[in-house]
Ligand binder design. Structure first.
Ligand code: ATP
Ligand code: MG
Length: 387
């Protein structure tokens, strides 16, 4: 526990405690530290109300005042400080918009989803563990805090979160928690697809995506998610840390290049995946220069990763990268001749012929059959293309 983030968080905690408030590190940071995993966000929770927190520090930013979150900038690293809260009334199986602030840490921990996520650190020495989170970490178990069925009825996304943590940490879902997911699975239909997408982003780049997909199918959650989940056995041993490579693999197995749109993915994400799937198809045949040129390096990287996994072949991405880097040009814009030249040389107005000519020109230059030189290109255009 020596990260800068932790030092900053404890500095913030010290100041809140000195001002008479309770303050702790909560959630994922506690879990990941106990597991010896790298920690990205260190969140602080406090009994101080948002306005009180703002008075304790010199530099703060309101980032979610309605949820009680203040960003404290005094400690070097920005630290999110959230007032202890319970979540009022649950309607429609979704997390409520309204929160009630409380002064008692136990109340705040009780509304958290899983025992492993419901621990707090009051100082480097004092851990608050009211629900056996430490024991569950040791036993590698994802267990709901309180009555699992009630907790999933309150917020159905928690079921997907259970799957996510299981896949990330290689934990088993505790028997009653698992049974409750099976019982409540259909409630997933009430959850906004954006929240589902955000969990899926983490599932597809998790350490054990196969485990997650198996759980989704076994619990019945898959029924309420876009996708057929029929080819998931091919996910065995597959792993990537790159989110869109994970989505591309899922899309490849589904044979659905638009899968991510069903999860409201951004257009950019959809375009990337579409290209990866096309590049995978291209890898099934000998690669020519033009095809190599067509896709960017990150597309090739994702495609090779997936292709090697499903085919058992061992295409070397570095060899491919070097071949691509050795092409005469890397971008269309490097061609010294443009459509304007062709129009002028031909003395005719544009039409489908123009795009065809430019495309033929690109293939010749990329493959080294024609030099990227205006006179050479003009010669080719007049003597060969126009005939
Ligand atoms: P990660 O490292 O993947 O971000 P995390 O545990 O920090 O994991 P977050 O989604 O960032 O997960 O949530 C932070 C904490 O807030 C969780 O550890 C948990 O205590 C609580 N939490 C988040 N979402 C819910 C929810 N839907 N229901 C109950 N508690 C939740
Ligand atoms: Mg987090």
């Amino acid at each position: 526990m020596t990260t800068i983030q932790f030092d900053a968080a404890f500095a913030v905690i010290d100041q809140l405690q000195a001002a008479g408030y309770d303050a702790v590190i909560v959630g994922g940071a506690v879990r990941d530290t106990l597991l010896g995993l790298p920690v990205h966000d260190v969140d602080v929770a406090t009994s101080a109300l948002p306005e009180e927190t703002k008075r304790v520090f010199k530099k703060t930013v309101d980032i979610g005042i309605e949820h009680g979150t203040i960003l404290v900038l005094d400690a070097g690293e920005p630290i999110e400080v959230t007032t202890f809260r319970t979540e009022g009334e649950y309607a429609d199986h979704r997390r409520p918009d309204k929160v009630d602030f409380v002064t008692n840490l136990a109340e705040d921990l009780k509304r958290r989803d899983f025992t492993i996520n419901a621990m707090a650190l009051r100082s480097k020495q004092e851990i608050v563990d009211l629900f056996g989170g430490k024991a569950d970490l040791a036993a590698k178990i994802v267990r709901a805090v309180g009555n699992p069925e009630e907790r999933f009825r309150e917020d159905a996304l928690r079921m997907l979160r259970a799957v996510r943590f299981s896949a990330k940490l290689h934990f088993e879902v505790e028997a009653n928690t698992l049974a409750a997911i099976k019982t409540c699975a259909s409630d997933l239909q009430y959850i906004a697809i954006e929240r589902i997408k955000s969990e899926f982003d983490q599932i597809v780049r998790s350490q054990h995506p196969y485990k997650a997909f198996q759980l989704l199918v076994d619990t019945g959650l898959a029924t309420y998610l876009p996708g057929t989940f029929q080819q998931i056995d091919k996910l065995q041993q597959f792993h990537t840390t790159h989110t869109l490579t994970g989505w591309a693999m899922f899309s490849y197995l589904e044979q659905d290049e638009a899968l991510i749109t069903k999860y409201r993915g951004a257009n950019k994400e959809k375009q990337f995946i579409k290209q990866v799937l096309a590049a995978i198809e291209a890898l099934k045949r000998p690669l020519d220069a033009r095809t190599l040129f067509n896709f960017d390096e990150d597309v090739w990287q994702a495609a090779v990763h997936i292709y090697n996994h499903v085919s058992g072949e061992t295409i070397d991405i570095d060899v491919l990268r070097r071949r691509k880097a050795a092409l005469p040009i890397q971008h269309k814009g490097e061609i010294v001749v443009t459509g304007k030249h062709l129009l002028q040389w031909r003395g005719q107005k544009g039409g489908p012929w123009l795009a065809e000519a430019l495309d033929a020109l690109l293939t010749l230059i990329v493959s080294g059959q024609l030099e990227n030189d205006e006179q050479q290109i003009k010669g080719w255009f007049n003597d060969e293309w126009q005939r």
